[in-house]
Design a binder for this molecule. Structure first.
Ligand SMILES: [Zn+2]
Ligand SMILES: [Zn+2]
Length: 334
């Protein structure tokens, strides 16, 4: 396990939990109530043998006995955050809290009927995703199942209820776009934000367009950024990489980044009709591995549907079922 770091006068601990490249680790956090000693675990990481060992070591280090874990909080349903929640719930007999929307996403993605295994390749094919890649998707999605077992019993939390962690009260802040039902948590006296993957330093959180998910994920993400940007934040604790003190400027930078990318996609469409995949290739190139390609495709579609919403592009479907995007702006004259 990489170093555990201590923050906020020893109330907050950052535990990096191992995960697959390219991210390599996710930040779990442990908050300790200075009076009662009760612990809150935030985003326990993806289930793997290594992660189990890392949590066993943390349990010894923090002398986590049974009943001492007051609660497990999950910011969103992605396996690198939600995965170990069920395992830790059984180990420490603690309730798991997440938003209802996030829990529904978890059920849609990870319950055994596997509808996403058919729906996602089908959607991507309709947007020109090449067959050799589309046919890898079902097995790729299945590879995550073992990272989220067992599924926890979940108690819902929303913006109307404050959550007590580490002896402080925290306000849940609901945002979408990266993951439907994503909750960040704000501590108003300390000006601290636990922001999951809603805002990350160095990395631009992936925007997910997928079947049955948010129909306008980029809009949801950008609205979420504007909402988060209104909070006074001195220190932000993200789901990946290091805590940072430039929360508001990071929010602004991410908003600018997506506006610039929208402009780039809009320009590409002015050169002629494009499928989602040809735009994806132009933006991201051909990336190694299906995981990277899935993220790139999902993010490209999120930008394209935002241009359609802004009436800058039009989406049409041909007789074979293939979607194409065309610019609604006049072609540029060189
Ligand atoms: Zn995520
Ligand atoms: Zn993550």
């Amino acid at each position: 396990m990489a170093d555990i770091k201590k923050w906020l006068d020893g109330r907050l601990f950052q535990l990096p939990i191992s995960m697959a490249p390219p991210l390599r680790s996710v930040n779990s956090y442990l908050l300790r109530d200075p009076l009662s000693g009760e612990l809150t675990i935030i985003d326990p990481g993806p289930r793997s043998e290594t992660a189990e060992q890392e949590w066993e070591r943390a349990a010894k280090l923090f002398e986590i006995g049974r009943q001492q874990v007051k609660q497990i909080i999950v910011t969103h349903h992605h396996p690198d955050h939600f995965g170990m929640a069920g395992w830790l719930q059984q180990r420490f007999e603690a309730p798991v809290f997440m938003s209802e929307a996030a829990h529904l996403e978890a059920l849609r993605m990870w319950r055994p009927d596997r509808s996403m295994n058919r729906a996602l390749p089908e959607l991507f094919r309709q947007h020109g995703f090449p067959e050799p890649l589309a046919s890898q998707l079902p097995e790729h999605l299945e590879s995550f199942y073992r990272q989220v077992e067992p599924m926890p019993e979940v108690t819902y939390v929303d913006e109307s209820c404050q959550v007590e962690m580490g002896g402080w009260r925290w306000q849940p802040v609901l945002t979408g776009g990266h993951a439907t039902g994503h909750l960040s948590f704000y501590q108003a006296d300390e000006h601290v934000m636990l922001c999951g993957d809603a805002v990350l330093p160095q990395i631009s959180p992936n925007i997910s367009f997928y079947p049955g998910g948010d129909e306008q994920p980029l809009l949801a993400f950008m609205e979420g950024l504007r909402k988060l940007g209104r909070y006074e934040v001195n220190q932000a604790f993200p789901g990946h990489r290091h805590p940072f003190d430039f929360f508001r400027s990071r929010v602004e930078l991410l908003l600018d980044h997506h506006e610039e990318r929208l402009a780039r996609v809009s320009e590409l469409l002015q050169e002629g009709a494009q499928t989602g995949y040809t735009v994806c290739e132009a933006l991201f190139g051909v990336r190694p591995g299906i995981h990277q390609m899935r993220f790139a495709m999902s993010e490209t579609l999120a930008h394209l549907v935002e241009l359609v919403r802004r009436q800058e592009a039009e989406m049409t479907q041909d007789a074979g079922g293939l979607y194409r995007f065309t610019s609604r702006k006049a072609a540029r004259i060189y």
